[in-house]
Design a protein around this ligand. Structure first.
Ligand code: PLP
Length: 429
């Protein structure tokens, strides 16, 4: 029996002062049940919880830890930067270096640094609205772009209807300008632009969705989205917060080469620190304050420690790093499918480069949120807990990506693979 008493005590204490005991809901284990592990430290591919259990980490802080935890060169860059002061509220060379490092890899002429993916998507849509002078945006059900009000919209009933608030606290007025469509559905996109085209400022999409589990775009879908937006004078915004610098040296752009007008990044580019960015064509970025009229700002934006961590991480992320992660992701995902098939568990495993996830479903494929939402989350919970007991930390939700890092070596992967058969049998019950 795994000891978790210290995690349980810390969770109780946290719940007294922090809503639900966590600072981001999925960490609370609500969708899998049980007590979240409180983490004491992390090294390479492993988390160590406060009871001393060592866990192979397949969450990687929800994506950022591409090189694994506490990479020595990243830690050195961070401590060197911190020793010089932690925030100045004035420009630094470190910010330019991070942005240069990004635009050398990714499809953007200029970037503005911010502190989270949420800020990046919120700001990019303000810019798109400022540039076009239009109000409406199009997003897809199951694509998560952070928690800015206008993006917390659910689909209304029927095709191409305007969004309704996806959570209490968001006003109907805010989401009335958000059109929510089913993912991978070209007809819905065509119909929405036919009805609202002249009012649409931007279409925003995850470059390859990972927030409903991994649901890659159908062949040509992103190119179709960009072309449809342009036909109607709207901007095509690619959200690469999750995929950027994770699936290739640039992001999903490195796989499908669809050029966005504006793009958002986060996660990997901060090397584990709060750091994100939005950007794109220089003519659009010139409309941001202080050059243009679209206001956007941030006390800690471009923080020197975050910039040092991000630049160091990106510079260490060579083609060999990606090739290694891709190979491991292929090996591990095949082992998952084998174990589940051997236990007779219906499932679909989907990839976007080295990101993958498993859906416990009878469906032949998962092209959209409605199909993802119909999966058997109880089977996932049983699978998750069997893996956790065996020392493997999977995402505590069936709708999340399994992330690997360059630090996941043979020993870590073998530990995961040997835990799979028993977990598959648990999922079968
Ligand atoms: N966009 C995408 C595609 C994301 O996956 C996320 C977070 O998971 C965000 C935006 C929001 O980023 P953050 O959690 O840093 O606000």
């Amino acid at each position: 029996m795994t000891m978790t008493s210290r995690s349980a005590a810390m969770f109780d204490a946290a719940k007294r002062v922090i809503p639900g005991g966590v600072n981001s809901p999925v960490r609370a284990f609500n969708s899998v049940g049980g007590t979240p592990r409180f983490i004491a430290e992390a090294h390479g591919p492993y988390l160590v919880d406060v009871d001393g259990n060592e866990l192979v980490d397949l969450v990687c802080s929800w994506g950022p830890m591409l090189l694994g935890h506490a990479h020595p060169q990243v830690i050195e860059a961070v401590t060197t930067a911190a020793a010089r002061g932690t925030s100045y509220g004035a420009p630094t060379q470190a910010e330019t270096e991070l942005v240069e490092t990004i635009i050398e890899r990714a499809p953007a002429e200029q970037l503005r640094l911010v502190n989270s993916g949420t800020e990046a998507t919120m700001s990019v849509l303000r810019l798109a609205r400022g540039v076009t002078g239009r109000d409406k945006i199009v997003k897809f059900a199951g694509c998560y772009h952070g928690h800015a009000d206008s993006l917390l919209a659910s689909a209304g009933s029927g095709l191409a209807t305007l969004g309704i608030p996806g959570t209490p606290g968001v006003t109907a007025g805010t989401t009335a300008d958000t059109i929510v469509l089913p993912y991978n559905d070209r007809e819905a996109v065509t119909a929405a632009f036919a009805e609202h085209g002249a009012d649409i400022a931007a279409l925003i999409t995850e470059a390859s969705p990972g927030n409903m589990g991994v649901v890659p775009p159908a062949e040509g879908f992103n190119a179709f989205l960009a072309a449809t937006a342009h036909e109607h004078g709207a901007l095509f915004v690619s959200d690469e917060v999750m995929t950027g610098f994770r699936v290739t040296r640039s992001g999903y752009y490195g796989i499908d080469k669809v050029e966005p007008d504006l793009v958002t990044f986060g996660k990997v580019m901060g090397g584990g620190f709060p750091c994100a960015a939005f950007g794109g064509r220089a003519e659009y970025m010139a409309q941001l304050a202080p050059l243009g009229g679209v206001y956007q700002a941030g006390t800690l934006s471009g923080n020197p420690i975050a910039a040092a961590a991000g630049t160091t991480t990106l510079k260490l992320a060579t083609e060999e790093v990606y090739a290694g992660i891709d190979k491991r992701a292929g090996e591990l995902s095949s082992a998952v499918t084998e174990a589940l098939s051997a236990a007779g568990v219906p499932h679909v495993l989907q990839h976007a480069g080295n990101m993958f996830s498993v859906f416990f479903t009878d469906a032949p494929a998962v092209p959209d949120y409605a199909t993802a939402a119909a999966q058997d989350t109880t089977a996932y919970a049983a699978f998750f807990h069997a893996m956790l007991d065996a020392g493997v930390y999977l995402p505590p939700s069936a709708f999340e990506v399994w992330f690997l890092s360059a630090a996941h070596d043979d020993a870590a992967i073998d530990k995961v693979i040997s835990a799979l058969p028993a977990a598959a049998r648990a999922a079968a019950q």
